[in-house]
Design a protein around this ligand. Sequence first.
Ligand code: FES
Length: 110
Amino acid sequence: MNIQVSADAVQWTLVGAVTDIPRQGARCVKRGDMTVAVFRTSDDRVFALEDKCPHKNGPLSQGIVHDGCVTCPLHNWVISLETGSAQGADEGQTASFPVKVEDGRIYLSL
Ligand code: FES
């Protein structure tokens, strides 16, 4: 038997309001053992990444948000907020999670 999973089957979890996060900052959401960093860009886009740099697990939530990326506070790797991939010559990827914003509220699919 084939089971089709449609996009509507995605489970969205309300994690707060866009205004709870400072522009170019982040807030953390706990999910079991995992911490998810929810970022807000200067133009109010919202992204979610596991709060672990692909280099040595630095806390990306404490990094600097710029140009669709976050710079890790430990050794300055630059990580794409959209894909979780390290930029430039660095290699590695942290988990990224779908985000939707409705009426100023942020929902994550974890
Ligand atoms: S832990 Fe992030 S750059 Fe080293």
